[in-house]
Design a protein around this ligand. Sequence first.
Ligand SMILES: *Cc1c(COP(=O)(O)O)cnc(C)c1O
Length: 385
Amino acid sequence: MAVASRQEHTRDQVPLTRLDNADPQLFASLMSAVELVATAGAFTEGDELEAFETEFADYCGTTHAIGVSSGTEALALTLRALNIGHGDEVIVPTNSFIATAEAVTLAGAELRLIDVDPATNTITADTVASHLTSRTRCVIPVHLYGRTADLDPLLELTRTSGLHLVEDACQAHGAIYRGRRVGSIGTAGCFSFYPAKNLGGWGDGGAIVTNDSALAEHVRLLRAHGEHPRYYHRLRGTTARLDALQAAVLRIKLRHLDTWNQRRRSIAELLSEHLEHSPFTLPQLASDDQDHVFHQYVILSDQRDALRDHLKRHGVASGVHYPVPIHLSDAYASLGLATGDLPVAENHANRCCSLPISPFHTDSDITQVAQVMHEFDAAGASSGG
Ligand SMILES: *Cc1c(COP(=O)(O)O)cnc(C)c1O
């Protein structure tokens, strides 16, 4: 019975990610948490938010966590709370989701986009050093796809230069760098709880974690109109709280995060095992000194677009993260950077392809992905000449 149904499903659709509705038991517990909040009518601030903040800070190993409305706001409010703005420069990898750059713009600071290290797709002390100027105030490494950036040399550089290091951990919840959770290592760490992230809510959300009490207090004021106590506004802030409904969902899901990340690592190992003798460049797997929680499993191919067509025809979804590096996007045309200026990221953008991965994908999903990938390999080899 099980075997027959598995065979029937051999050519089912394999989506890029599967969300909570793939696990009926989890889904039911999330629904009842949402019902409790709605019944109590406590939608903003309150117990759920405070409890989540305590639990997330404990999980990350920091003294503070502040829930905010998105990962973008987490980054932007952190910069504002550090008094980084007009006239200041912030270094950001061009190979990221555009939000990392937007946060700098939102804070009123100047964006300095730089290229990444080809082996890791992250910025390193070496790639950053030559871009420091007298106006640089902050460096934002991105743990891209869930792979930890090499923070110790970066911290050494930022400390000796008197700069802040703010981690963009929006793709790497729970990843561990040399014994510490990402987010807890720099001045502050910023997270997104967009539904498809490793820890995702049922809508938008984000958080800042830090051991700096003054910074935490400042962010808390900024996210709610600088208000303390009620209707007494100490500074100009905004509306950027994490909703109680999201906090309730996230509290339940946080308990599963380590198990889910482990499943993502296993799926990555399985994919890499299957694809070992293929022509694709495979991502580095997690190891003791370089964790990877595989928000995305990204391969490189010179025939990326043909590969994606082939995958699609055989029911396998794929993604491109990201097709246009930030410095070549219309949004940042005013920076005046052109094709060829940041070649590592550009080359990556032209060749990268994200394959299906999530804690809820099954081994047979992954076998199907690998089979379809191999069929492309065979077709390419026979017609390629
Ligand atoms: C998702 C993401 C963000 C922004 O998070 P939102 O919650 O969508 O605002 C920032 N940086 C990176 C690297 C991301 O992947």
